[in-house]
Design a protein around this ligand. Structure first.
Ligand code: ASP
Ligand code: MG
Length: 422
């Protein structure tokens, strides 16, 4: 008997008919002798709808007090899902019980709208599992020290599922979604993209953080930290398919580096439009300048990604960095009114029409010339590179948003990721 966690995304939970299918699939696993914990998302579109209502009343939720209420509102989508799924499972003849984050409890910090999980109490879940029940836990939410409801950031149900799997030391966490695995890139942009049967945890971490939307980045971090066996697979297969076949489908995230000489140098191309650039021009180049600029940005809870500082001329330099597009207005305001004047910048400018395109592959460790092939490919397409950032297993470039699809297609081809002719 294994302990298995299933996570179902919003599309998989999108209607009562689909919820019935989820229930049948879960029932199949339960009847095969597994202890089952299920973590669903809100029904598709529901979180947007709920947050849209809040927006009608208050266009920008900039204060902590407002963000607290956003979490109060957004968390209800998942509460509806777990209740419906519990009913559907009972209709299939199984005993099941649903819990919200605070009932488990799933403890988080108090960073509303992007809280981090700190601990999960597994006592209640275990008691139910031992009594033969299927346990259904809301994705996306938790509770802070003060008893306030928190949410984990958009797409956070993935993280809930992996965290629950880690806390329970589950044998596997299966993420059921509307795609059948992790692809070399988004097939909507490159139809030749291929599904990867396996991907290393490190590559997955890069792909998720670089804009591949298949898994929320924190869920991958959690999986790495606690070594949770993780698989991404489709919820759109017939619920009745053979369990062994289903259990081997999709993409498995692996922890051992495959010693495979055939392994492609680049495994995937990630991209993100969720980027914006901020530049401070004419900043005095002295020790502490990066901290003076980025310290206040971090304090405002804004993630900074690619950073570049130019060589200085006459003691002055230009300093640029990227932030999530959703935080661009807030960051720009902070830099224009406070940070820029404080550090003596001559000008602060923003650009929200950029994107980031990245190549990812552990094969890059042992191959030289990979980045230069990327740069040549972009040059051949006449695409100007604004910023570059590299790690051992990825190279990212920031370019004009309007060239994003062209860049992704060209790179997919240049690194031989296009589907081999059958
Ligand atoms: N319902 C939340 C969202 O839409 C969490 C999730 O689906 O993972 O972001
Ligand atoms: Mg998702």
């Amino acid at each position: 008997m294994s302990l298995i966690v299933h996570k179902y995304g919003g599309t998989s939970m999108g209607s009562t008919e689909r919820i019935r299918n989820v229930a049948r699939r879960v029932a199949k696993w339960h009847r095969a002798g597994h202890q089952m914990v299920v973590v669903p998302s809100a029904m598709s579109g529901e979180t947007n709808r709920l947050l849209g209502l809040a927006k009608e009343l208050s266009p920008a939720s900039t204060t902590k007090a407002l963000q607290r209420e956003l979490d109060m509102i957004a968390s209800t989508g998942e509460q509806v899902s777990v209740g419906l799924l519990a009913i559907a499972l009972q209709a299939e003849g199984l005993e099941s019980v649903s819990y919200t984050g605070w009932q488990v409890p799933i403890r988080t910090d108090s960073a509303y709208t992007k809280a981090r999980i700190q601990s999960i109490d597994d006592a209640r879940i275990r008691a139910d599992l031992d009594a033969g029940r299927v346990v259904i836990i809301t994705g996306f939410q938790g509770v802070d020290e003060g008893g306030n409801v928190t949410t984990l950031g958009r797409g956070g149900s993935d993280t809930s599922a992996v965290a629950v799997a880690a806390a329970l030391k589950a044998d596997e966490c299966l993420i059921y979604t509307d795609v059948d695995g992790v692809y070399t890139t988004d097939p909507r942009i490159v139809p030749e993209a291929r599904r990867l049967a396996t991907i290393s945890f490190e590559e997955m971490l890069e792909m998720a953080s670089l804009g591949s939307k298949v898994l929320q980045i924190r869920s991958v971090e959690f999986a790495g930290k606690y070594r949770v066996p993780l698989r991404v697979l489709s919820s759109f297969t017939d619920w009745n398919i053979d369990l062994a076949e289903e259990a081997a489908s999709g993409t498995l995230i692996t922890f051992e580096e495959a010693v495979n000489m055939e392994q492609a140098v680049v495994s995937g191309i990630a991209f993100s439009r969720d980027e914006a650039k901020i530049s401070l021009l004419g900043v005095p180049d002295r020790p502490g300048i990066a901290f003076s600029i980025l310290g206040p940005v971090a304090e405002a809870n804004i993630d900074v990604d690619v950073i570049i500082q130019n060589v200085s001329h006459d003691g002055k330099t230009d300093f640029s960095f990227t932030v999530p597009r959703g935080d661009h207005a807030r960051a720009l305001e902070l830099l224009k009114t406070q940070v820029g004047p404080a550090v003596g910048a001559s000008q602060v400018v923003g650009d929200a029409r950029i994107c980031k395109v990245s190549i990812v592959g552990i094969g890059m460790r042992s191959h030289v010339g990979v980045a230069s092939r990327m740069f040549r490919t972009l040059a051949d397409e006449g695409i100007n590179i604004q910023m570059i950032s590299t790690s051992e297993i990825k190279t990212s470039v920031v370019i004009d948003e309007k060239y994003m699809e062209l860049a992704v297609r060209a790179l997919h081809r240049a690194f031989d990721l296009d589907q081999a002719a059958a």
